[in-house]
Every structure is written in structure tokens, then in C-alpha cells.
Design a protein around this ligand. Sequence first.
Ligand SMILES: [Zn+2]
Length: 495
Amino acid sequence: MRISRLSMLSVFSVLLLWMAGCVSGYNPVTGENRFYAYSWEDEREIGAETDREITAQYGVYPDRSLQAYVDHVGQAVLQESDLRSPAAPAKFRNSPFTFRVLDSPVVNAFALPGGYIYITRGLLAYLQNEAQLAVVLGHEIGHVAARHSSRRVLKSRIGQVGLLAGSVIGSHVFESPQLTKQVVNLSGTAMQLLFLKYSRDDERQADRLGVEYAGNAGYSAGEASGFFQTLNRMSERQGQTLPSWQSTHPDPGQREQKVVELAEDLSSTTQMTRVRSEAYLSHIDGLVFGEDPREGYTEDGVFYHPEMHFKFSVPAGWSVQNQKTMVAFGSPNGAAAITFQLAQANTAEQAARQFSESQGVEVKDAGQTDVHGHPAYAMTAVAKTQQGVVGIRQYFIEHRDHVFAFTGYTGLQNYANMRAIFEQTLRSFATLKDPKKIDVSPLRLNLVTLERAAEFRTFVASLPEGVTAADVALLNQTRLDAALDAGRKLKLPAP
Ligand SMILES: [Zn+2]
């Protein structure tokens, strides 16, 4: 996380304006009129509002040249899309698109309605060439052009705050959707945890459109099968959290085949020769790889924040999601959560008072305390949410010029079981002083040209801690026993 706090409440109230209706509108892909939850104008407005939240939450990757490059490829693919077809009404043709690289290690790409496309640095690391990038961006343009979000919202009759926004982010901290919703309702800050899937038909259509748009822009779209193969291999690996693009996009195996067939069909009528491997790789040389420890990291059950100089313990077996505006942990069974974030207040007591005045919150006990020398205010409360009553243990802690809200949540019936874990975790907050834990830097992809032909594994004999040869094989869309030629370029993570 960073020291930034997004006013989620304002985003929520804006989104509330767009309670889903049922609007007849034009589908740029089929050229027919269909029913949607939102008009195109509403979709554009929702996209613009939510874009502010996404960029605040995930952060834009700080490399202008890389941003410009991804935008350039995206705009070229967009030119070949149904949204730029002479047959499309002017309001579609004139809608500008924004392409952004997000500063997240999660392997993900997604679109917001109305023309906002995101790709993470985590996904960029796994691509080998510009043609693959073009198909991934084309797939997301396809979701926007076919107005899939707007259709999903209508079909599921959800039409509620944030779900449209949540549909696209695809990060899921907690196993239990119910708890996720509770956390969202309470804090109003976890909208991104919501998760609405496109249908398989939507995904197939987006794949087809991605190949078509990228192919018509001159890209060798069949290259994308190498990336789908990588996704497939990731999903085969045990004990690893599935990256989001893969968990929302079923059957990477089938897609790997299908994308080749689609590209072959198209190539009979279209010149599709652009691969641009060198250009692509030179743009991601030096890309940050994996978690950026400067924004917080977990080691041996302790979360450290080297820039904000604090640490606290993480309960054994809990998953940790470190986001820009908060750190969230989920219990192994998904029944409880702990969040850590900035509170907008000058003192712990003021923050506690603000919280106790929130709607539906009933404070059971509250009082001044001290956590490892930090002035703090501890509180036990219950809160009514749409999903039931939740038990809350919360500490507001003063640290330097900030007040942090450290909060444990669970269903009321489970609260007695969780109370000791909550208390232990919240009270573990302390100032970080150890220079070894403070002086950390991220891994970066280092582009290396092979001077000799040899098996891949010989080039990855020594790697930074926490990175395996198998990881690096995936990164390079190759295998440990693959025979590589001299002159081939490899992406190697290095400190
Ligand atoms: Zn998709």
C-alpha cells in the first residue's frame, strides 16, 4: 500500500446514480439493437468514474515510454475494431479509448465499459512479442465493443452499486463471496473484490474479436496461442493462486487451439505477418517483476512496510492481498478478514468516533490504549449488513502523521472463535526499525541475449531467492529442456 486514500464513498454515490435500467441500444459487433442495462453514454460515464478508482487502487506503472507503447499498439488494434467501422454510429466511432499499464504483479487484463483497457505489468512479463499483446488488447476491446458488461448486468439483474465496476477487476481475496460483500458494505473500500464473470460465450466472442482485430491490424494473431499455453501451464501448477485472467477465462487449453484456427482462417484473406518480438522485449527490459517490496511485503508471517516504517504479524495460513490503499488478509476458510488502511482523521479517537457514527454500527466497548508505544483507540462493535450481522474488532493507531484503521471482521456467530486472533494481530503493530527490512528493492526483468546455443536450464542455474527455473521458463514461454539457439533473448529476473 501507499499513503493515499481514495474516497470510496464518493465513488459509491456516483455509481448509485446508475442503477441499472433496461435500455435498447446498438450492438457495434452485430449491428443489431439489443437490450442493455446502460446506455452507451452511461457506460462511458461509469468507465470514466471507475477509471479514477482503478488507477488510485492499483497505480499506473511509472514508465511513460512503456505506457505510450501499449497505448500505441492498443490504438492500432482499435482502428480495426467494430467501434471504428464506418457502419457504427458516430457516438461509437468518436469514443476515445484509454489503455493503461497497471502497477500490479497479478497476471491480468480487463476492460471497463465505455473504453478503458488495463493490462498489468504482471501480464506484460509473460508476453513474448507485440502480436501477443495485440491479441490480449483486442480481446478486451472486444468485450467493450460487444458491450458484455452491460449485458451481464442486465441478465443477472444485479444492477447494483459497484458490480459493474467489480466485474472487471478480478481480484479475489476471500473464498467467501458473502464475507467479501460484508467487508465491502462495511468499509466501502473493497469494491474491487467483487467479481462478476463474463459468460463462456462472451469469452469465446472476445477471443474471436481479439484475433480478428489484431489480425486486421497486420499482427500474426496465432502467436497468442503461446501465451494461452503459458496460462494453461500456470493453472497446472499446484499450490499457486490462479492469476485472474485465467480464473475468469476458462479452458486455456481449448483457447490455445482455437486461436490458431481463427488466425489461420483469417490469414487466407488478410496479411498477418507482424510479430515484433524485439520491439516488445526492448520495451519490457527492466520491468519490475513480482511484488514490489517497497510497497510492503510478507516474510515469515510478518508484514513489513519499509517506506511507511511499520510492521505487524499475519495469522498463520491467512492469505495476504497488498493493494495500493489497503492490506487485506483472509482466513483460510474465508470466514474472517482483517483489513489495514489509512483513516481520514487527525487522531485515533477522532477516527473511532467517525466509525461509531456510521450507519448500522453498534459499539459494544471502546477506549484509549497503546500499541507498542503508539497512541491507539480500541473498539468492539457489531454491524448490520445486507448479509447479516458482523462482529468487528478494531484498533485505530497513530503512527507518524497518520492514523491507521486495523480491523477484524467475521460473522457474529464466529466472532468468539476469532477474537483472540484479531486481538493478537491488531496488537502486533509496531514501528519498523531494522535497516535490513527497510533497505529492499524489487526484482526486474533483465533482457539477456544468448551467446551460445544450449538447453534452457543451463541459463537459469543461479536465480534470485524465491524464483525457480520453472518460473523463468514460464516467463519465457519455454521449457527447462528446450534447446535454445544463440541470439535468442531471455527475460531473467534479477535484483
Ligand atoms: Zn475476457
